[in-house]
Design a protein around this ligand. Sequence first.
Ligand code: MOS
Length: 723
Amino acid sequence: MNNYVGKPLDRVDGRLKVTGAAKYAAEFDAPKMSHAVLVLSTIAKGAITAMDTSEAEKQPGVIAVITPDNMPKVAAAQRPLFDKAIHYSGQSIAVVVAETLEEATRAADLVHVTYAEEKPAVEMEPVIDQAYQRGQPNKRGDFDAGLAGATHKVDHIYRTPIEHHNPMEPHATVAVWNGDMLTAYDSTQGVSGSAQSLARRFGIGADKVRVIDPFVGGGFGCKGQSWPHSSIAAMAAQVVNRPVKLALTRRQMFTSNGHRPPTRQAVILGAGDDGKLTAHQHYAINHTSRQDEFVEGTSRLATSMYSCANVNQGQKLLRLDVPGPTYARAPGESTGSFSIETAMDELAAELGVDPIELRLRNYAEKDEASNRPYSSKSLKECYRLGAEKFGWSKRNPKVGSMTEGRYLVGYGMASATYPANFWPTSAKAVMTADGKVQVQCGTQDLGTGTYTILGQIAADAVGVKPDMVRVEIGDSWLPNAPGSGGSNSATSAGSAVMLASQALKKQVVELYAATESSPLSGHADEDVEARDGKLTSKKDPTKSVEYAEVMKKLGKTSLEGEATARPGAERGGGPGEHYTMQGFGAQFCEVHVDPDLRMVRVARWVGAFGLGKVLNEKTLVSQLKGGVVWGIGMGLLEETIPDATHGRFVNCSLADYHVPVSADVCSIDIILVPEEDKFVSPIGAKGAGEIGITGAAAAIGNAIYHATGKRVRDLPITLNKIL
Ligand code: MOS
């Protein structure tokens, strides 16, 4: 066995990316390419009464102007592509196809639309009474009795705003029809899901659609489902009978592919003098659109994050005239951890107990929601190692007591958590005559390092050097894999690639052992060690042979191993012991607050995480840092502002929607807490894409409280809130 897994190897695609050689969806071309530009509604509610396309159609280069009046009927029973009824501002209502992007952009501006406008509702508070229950509220024990017995209480409303994902690569689809066969180069978190969605939309077999996306410039959830622009590109390509390229602008991205919905969270904690929780309530409301029901599972955490016998938990939705919200990095946990981890800090202050100590007193040894043990949980170690590295013991608990120069200094911490998802995934590993290995899996690399880790996993399992492995992903015709969401890909695709690679090695060994006068005659797979391209007998280490030599002897041009990794009964799917599988971590931050201007700088960060087996230390740490960076944005900067009068989002650009830039990001220290998990998945790793943002905004708010005595319960914590 090699041991490349875990090593901080550089990204195999790093060079392609910095030289511009990595091809993203919008960069694919085809003969006779045409360019499509969407026309979006400028009102949020009402109906189109007239569309005048005559001026647009006369513009140079214009090939087609497709509107609700002339669009072809497509098979889908889903939402219509274009609708004369307007459900939100920024809804796609027409598309212009032209020879060039510039010509299409110009003509799209000249589609004149007349509306019958109604007054939209885009803010939650004025209509909060219209929120409706979604699913059954959860009750455990007797919350009222638990609260009555509490000597200390925290009871507040917490709020998080609309946020947008803003991946570097905007959404884009290049649609190419060849007869009844559609090839789509589509920026997506799931090539299979995108292909299935297009097949449904056009009423064609899934085998008639191929979605290709070798590189994804970030997704964070907004590329986790198929959005209308992809089908619009494919429909337009049918209409003009040419390939169509449709790339969204940054501005269009604010209404065309979802957002994190705002939340309003009513949290109550009750505790005795010993700090032990006696009651925990979490009722959350998030907005959704008129057409979809998207639940941001904000309150879910209340049922299991801390030990408590008496819990009330529920979710409500509120329909508004807004685009449909969607998954955004750690949906549920990112927003829910803000309120719970802030409330715990408030309870600690109220009790005069150290925030870590309070969490330890309420440590959940098992998952109290399902009454199952955790397959592994290293949260105590995360607290301990994080606190040590951060220097938590130097924290003077007295608010406003710590300074550096003229700045007020605050130390804050919070717990982090995210489920360890693992979904069925298939993969293939092929050895060619030269002893090289090609790995195939229909997963995709969002920029997280999937190519790199899959190569490391195959290298170890087959027993070759990583540069002998070529990884092929990002194509819906490859062995089936789930979308890259819920932090599942490293675990799921990693397990499938490991099993397929093991199957390949076994096959090669067995075939070779059976050849005439084979030096490995009588050897089974487990009797043979494979390392750096060489097979060696464990019984007699003098006997060894190169893979390339074996292939030559076997006279094969290629051999194949195939496998499907499937979650087993331990996830609750059958008889036997069932576990909850979840990653945990602890976030620590130091803020500096200007005593006069109240500007906040995050000065230092330590995050400690227990995530099972480390597949690549460098890409893992990088993902966790990325999560913290968005956490800094969530805590201090990010907010999409709806305009109550016209129902538009008003800050639809990166100039107006503030994301953390390098100057906002401090040194981030990530500690990977050693953790072994025999149950979580064959590869033993838990995903890391989302956990890094969880708890981060609360840690910042808690540090700001420690520095200033101001408790802010609605994000982002902009300076006006702590003046
Ligand atoms: Mo994640 S928000 O499931 O891409």
